[in-house]
Design a protein around this ligand. Structure first.
Ligand SMILES: Cc1cc2nc3c(=O)[nH]c(=O)nc-3n(C[C@H](O)[C@H](O)[C@H](O)COP(=O)(O)O)c2cc1C
Length: 199
């Protein structure tokens, strides 16, 4: 299929083998990530998504903080594998931390009481949309990434390290960098089980 969006979506894969050999400057990557999030839709155009973009030593700091937070929780014999995994994320160019601003969610619940139960769900959906937009934009630029969830274990450390507002809730982490390995094979389920088309 020749559609450019489909072609970009096809390029987006989970890349766990990251390096630092990207062609873009940090400023270019920053602009790309900001634009992907800015263009992502949100309920009532509330723009509840927030992002902290960490490059270089700041990204390494995040993965070190994740290690410190996990050490007391992971059995000692399993920690080496955990540390190796965290090191693979730190080996990239940077990490995007995705947050949702709970003050925005609360404000919407107060303003539109009828939908109060929906706003937290829509906020999560908006975060997912922003994540996939960022991931796809990076892929289109030839930059590999994966989606990680070390929240809430790492939340307190992140809040104090980067002075994150109390209302920002960490939802996901996206380490990115050069693609240093081919993507794993990926199986797709049968369309017949997944889609119904009626006309
Ligand atoms: C909502 C969501 C949560 C995910 N969480 C993780 C995660 O915590 N760690 C991880 O390595 N991959 C995570 N993934 C990546 C999926 O495992 C991956 O997208 C899926 O296996 C398809 O592979 P692909 O990304 O290469 O297309 C997540 C993906 C989604 C959409």
């Amino acid at each position: 299929m020749n559609n450019p969006v489909i072609q970009s979506l096809r390029k987006r894969r989970s890349q766990y083998s990251l390096g630092r050999k990207v062609g873009q400057s940090r400023a270019e990557i920053e602009a790309l990530i900001k634009e992907a999030i800015r263009l992502s839709p949100s309920s009532f155009n509330s723009q509840s998504s927030r992002a902290v973009i960490l490059f270089g030593a700041q990204s390494e700091k995040f993965w070190a903080l994740a290690g410190e937070a996990l050490r007391p929780l992971v059995p000692a014999e399993a920690f080496e594998a955990t540390a190796a995994k965290l090191a693979s994320f730190a080996a990239g160019v940077g990490t995007v931390l995705f947050f949702e601003d709970q003050d925005v969610v609360k404000g919407l619940q107060e303003q539109f009481a009828l939908y109060a139960d929906n706003f937290p769900v829509w906020s999560e959906q908006s975060s997912g949309i922003a994540q996939v937009a960022t991931w796809t934009a990076l892929a289109e630029a030839g930059i590999g990434a994966s989606l990680q969830h070390y929240n809430p274990v790492v939340d307190d450390a992140v809040r104090s390290e980067w002075d994150i507002p109390a209302s920002w809730k960490l939802r996901a982490q996206m380490p990115f960098g050069s693609n240093e390995a081919p993507f794993a094979d990926k199986a797709f389920m049968d369309d017949a089980e997944r889609f119904r088309v009626l006309a």
